[in-house]
Design a protein around this ligand. Structure first.
Ligand code: HSE
Length: 321
């Protein structure tokens, strides 16, 4: 069986989740990919942090070039988060002939053209399924099974942390800070949760969806975005009194010759399917001009669901090698 060596940049929540998915389903992954896939090197400073996976210390490095220049590594998985140095590392990996997989929506949204063009120019694959809605195979669906459509609308809950916070405030009466802390403990939130609660993370994901589905480059900072940090118990109660729930909704809709887009907290009637989407779950409604209406639902955050998408991308590349 062919051996596929993978270099991992970052061993935080999602890095550990991806590592676990590969260990947990090793036999099945070997069968479907036709390859023996292994994380042979891991870029990580904090090698002694307590993690519930056992990795021999000689796999760790603090020098990115040990991975980016290693001829035995054919796939680089970037899970550092943040725009830099992650984007620079991905570009360097591509220029060195390595295929790249990432879950990093901030980097993909900020540098979409440069990353996709560099991959094309270098004849390498660049996959980023995990960057939008964690475990939901949305980008795959939009670019393969649904590729025959013109998209008319994409709308949904794209951030797990804020959905978790709003659910806990609405269903269990938790205070905002308490619910945020729980989301952080569960590994849903970004390193700096401001990106989640201010709608920036959802805007990054919407920017990627605008590129993938509508062929439009809209930098995330140009997407009107409002978060949930100012939502109070009074707002939650007001929504309840109106038979609604507050959800952070990202939307893009064709209008005339253009597309209108935004991220904002929205009152959703309790009998609407999106109102039933709780905790870290995400849901995305897609309308295509041939397929008509579709709904995608699943865990949009968390180490294993996101790791599922990361390793799915690695498997797709390994199959093609
Ligand atoms: N912080 C993100 C979220 C992680 O809560 O949705 C997944 O992108």
């Amino acid at each position: 069986m062919k051996k596929v060596n993978v270099g991992l940049l970052g061993f935080g929540n999602i890095g550990v989740g991806s590592y676990k998915v590969l260990e947990m389903n090793r036999k099945r992954i070997a069968e479907v990919s036709g390859a023996d896939i292994e994380f042979t090197k891991i870029l990580e400073k904090d090698v002694h942090r307590k993690r519930d996976v056992s990795v021999s210390l000689d796999r760790f490095t603090q020098d990115p070039d040990v991975i980016l220049k290693d001829p035995s590594i054919s796939i680089v998985v970037e899970l550092l988060g943040g725009i830099e140095p992650a984007s620079g590392f991905m570009l360097a990996a591509m220029k060195n002939g390595k295929h790249v997989v990432t879950a990093n929506k901030a980097a993909v949204a900020a540098n979409y053209d440069e990353l996709t063009n560099t991959a094309k120019a270098g004849g390498v694959m660049f996959r980023f399924e995990a960057s939008v809605c964690g475990g939901i195979p949305l980008l795959n669906a939009l670019t393969t099974a649904l590729a025959a459509n013109e998209y008319e609308e994409i709308l949904g809950i794209l951030n797990g942390t804020t959905n978790y916070i709003l659910t806990q405030m609405t269903e269990n009466g938790l205070a905002y800070e308490e619910a945020l802390k729980a989301a952080q403990d569960k590994g849903f939130a970004e390193a700096d949760p401001t990106a989640d609660v201010e709608g920036i993370d959802a805007a990054n994901k919407l920017s990627i969806l605008l590129s993938v589905a509508f062929g439009m480059r809209v930098p995330p900072e140009q997407i009107p975005a409002e978060g949930i940090s100012k939502i109070t118990k009074t707002d939650i109660d007001r929504a309840k009194a109106e038979g609604a729930k507050i959800k952070l909704i990202a939307s893009a809709k064709k209008s005339g010759n253009g597309v209108v887009y935004s991220v904002k907290p929205t009152f959703i009637p309790e009998d609407h399917p999106l109102a039933g989407v709780g905790d870290e779950f995400n849901a995305v409604f897609v309308k295509g001009n041939a397929v008509d209406e579709l709904m995608f639902y699943g865990k949009g955050a968390g180490p294993l669901p996101t790791g599922s998408a990361v390793i799915g991308d690695v498997v797709e590349i390994a199959k093609a090698l």
